[in-house]
Ligand binder design. Structure first.
Ligand SMILES: [Zn+2]
Ligand SMILES: [Zn+2]
Length: 275
């Protein structure tokens, strides 16, 4: 049987999540997970707003998240491997802020994300009526390409993040084939730099009904020589921890992978995908 691990979760140290690290760990053990990465949000360009930041004060939240994950790692040793992670948003928008974020703790695992294009709001908050979706996606993939080139992360999170909201907002699924070259470029950079691609299963529970990215793109990553896949739920509450990891593993297998990875001290640990 394949070992299940969840490499993308948010505790109440993320502005949009509600469970404690301890509640998440107990949920993970109940569902039979072997490892859980706590990856609270740190939107690098927003750190400078301090306590006035709409997402909370990262200088307080992330050290608390790290401390809670460290305590949980001790408390659950032998029952659950708790990994100290970070979901680092827009790491290339403000390099000094990003360096500051990475110094919050000695993280095991860093996810890199783009939730908003420069000078625009998070895709989550956008209104898509009358918007040139292809133009928007072209800009998004350009920024993701820049992010893939960033050095200090382990796995590139939710490659097709805007789809989670574009599909919900417009009721239509954009044709990604027009962005195939840009996506290939992102994959080639990840492969050259030995970074992982995340299969984010959150889309399975939303209007999108697929993983982010879907199996076609994961297969393309594999064809180009991709070696490392991480799998995460992007749970924002304990009840979602571990949900859909089996489906994520099935996508990895269908795409041609016989292993996925977790990271400890930024080192990939391979996990066999068995029947
Ligand atoms: Zn995210
Ligand atoms: Zn997330």
């Amino acid at each position: 049987m394949t070992i299940f691990c969840d490499m993308h979760t948010h505790s109440h140290h993320s502005f949009d999540a509600k469970s404690s690290v301890d509640e998440m760990c107990r949920a993970a053990i109940e569902r039979g997970l072997e490892a859980l990465a706590v990856t609270d949000h740190c939107e690098a360009p927003f750190i400078r707003f301090g306590a006035d930041c709409e997402f909370g004060c990262f200088d307080e939240l992330i050290p608390q998240s790290f401390a809670d994950a460290t305590a949980a790692r001790e408390r659950y040793a032998g029952r659950l491997k708790v990994l100290r992670g970070l979901e680092l948003g827009e790491p290339t928008h403000d390099r000094a802020a990003t360096a500051h974020a990475l110094a919050y703790g000695d993280f095991d695992f860093v996810l890199a994300s783009v939730h908003n294009i420069r000078n625009m709001q998070d895709f989550y908050y956008m209104n898509y009526s009358g918007v040139d979706v292809d133009g928007l996606l072209a800009r998004y993939f350009d920024e993701l390409c820049e992010t893939a080139s960033f050095e200090h992360f382990d796995s590139l999170s939710h490659l097709t993040y805007p789809l989670r909201y574009i599909v919900a907002g417009t009721g239509r699924f954009p044709d990604l084939s027009v962005h195939a070259d840009a996506i290939d470029t992102i994959f080639k950079i990840l492969i050259k730099n030995q970074k992982a691609l995340e299969i984010n299963v959150s889309g399975l529970f939303k209007e999108l009904k697929t993983t982010l990215p879907d199996v076609t793109l994961v297969r393309r990553f594999r064809e180009l020589g991709g070696q490392y896949i991480t799998i995460g739920t992007d749970a924002h509450s304990a009840d979602m921890v571990g949900r859909g990891i089996g489906e994520g593993i099935a996508v990895a297998r269908e795409a041609g992978f016989s292993q996925y990875v977790i990271y400890e001290k930024h080192r990939p640990i391979k996990i066999d995908i068995n029947e």
